[in-house]
Design a protein around this ligand. Structure first.
Ligand SMILES: C[S@@+](CC[C@H](N)C(=O)[O-])C[C@H]1O[C@@H](n2cnc3c(N)ncnc32)[C@H](O)[C@@H]1O
Length: 270
């Protein structure tokens, strides 16, 4: 979840959808970090059967096959803001009969109250603008006794990029993700019960600063700036790459993430 940028929600969501549309065909080839997080989140599933499963921010649908195999649902809902991501997911899973693809916003779900046994979401909700609205929506669509299981980026992600830009210009080059404590407060405020949570530091390694930045772009995770302006002069870009290169160590050029893994449950009695 982001600390709200100063642009209208609609224009922000449109830009976000476009950016993920553009990344839809390259995503799977560059999503090494996303696959690591997804595998860890899948290992935390608290159920072995669920009738209705929502994969929120499904992207190219990397989780859909495994959720289907493990939980044997009657109905899978693959939901994403990006229609192109959904196209890739539906091509991949054309054989999954019981899957519905819905292009919608996580903060305004077109789903009935108490309709899902499991809301699953890996590395999608950090793009939402209003965490309380989001978690109230997740609470609303979850059945009493059902689960909300998610991973999201937290404060302190990609410090290498902030460090390399430091002093070069006055722009924000990394999103200000929510601190994990504040995130968990929002989960509790939505009346979901917190079952478990972990905050993990996950470092990734690249052979050059360029390939680290390229990997972000190819999965749609580069920054949308507050004023929509992403221009950087060639000389500043060069200076940034030189600063980033200085952080290389024996493993390569680092890009590290703080990831919150959370399992929450809607109480049975409400
Ligand atoms: C990093 S990808 C993760 C995809 C998939 N969950 C995975 O683990 O591979 C993030 C996805 O979240 C979607 N997304 C971002 N904000 C969203 C929102 N507000 N509502 C629905 N989907 C959203 C993006 O379009 C993108 O497909």
């Amino acid at each position: 979840m982001l600390i709200t940028p100063d642009i209208s929600t609609l224009s922000y969501k449109r830009q976000l959808a476009k950016r993920f549309d553009r990344a839809s065909r390259s995503y799977d080839s560059y999503a090494d970090f996303q696959k690591i997080v997804l595998d860890r989140l899948l290992a935390m599933l608290p159920l072995n059967q669920a009738d209705v499963v929502l994969d929120l921010g499904t992207g190219t649908g990397q989780a859909l096959g495994i959720l289907s195999e493990q939980l044997n649902p009657i109905c899978n809902i693959a939901l994403d803001l990006s229609s192109q991501m959904l196209t890739v997911a539906s091509e991949r899973y054309s054989a999954l009969q019981n899957t519905h693809y819905i292009c919608a916003d996580a903060e305004q779900l077109p789903l009935q109250d108490k309709s899902c046994d499991l809301v699953f979401s890996s590395l999608a909700i950090q793009w939402c603008l209003t965490p309380l609205v989001l978690f109230k929506e997740l609470y609303r669509v979850t059945k009493p006794g059902g689960y909300v299981v998610f991973s999201t980026l937290s404060q302190g992600s990609m410090p290498e990029i902030s460090k390399a830009w430091f002093g070069l210009d006055n722009k924000e080059h990394v999103h200000q993700y929510m601190a994990s404590g504040a995130l968990l407060d929002c989960v509790k405020a939505s009346e979901l019960n917190l079952v478990s949570s972990q905050l993990s530091d996950i470092p990734m390694w690249f052979d050059s600063p360029e390939s680290a930045i390229y990997s972000l772009k190819k999965v749609g995770a580069s920054l949308i700036s507050a004023d929509g302006d992403q221009s950087t002069s060639p000389s500043k870009w060069k200076a940034f790459l030189q600063e980033y290169e200085k952080q290389r160590n024996e493993c390569g050029v680092p890009l590290s993430y703080q990831v919150s893994f959370v399992v929450a449950q809607r109480p049975i009695s409400i």
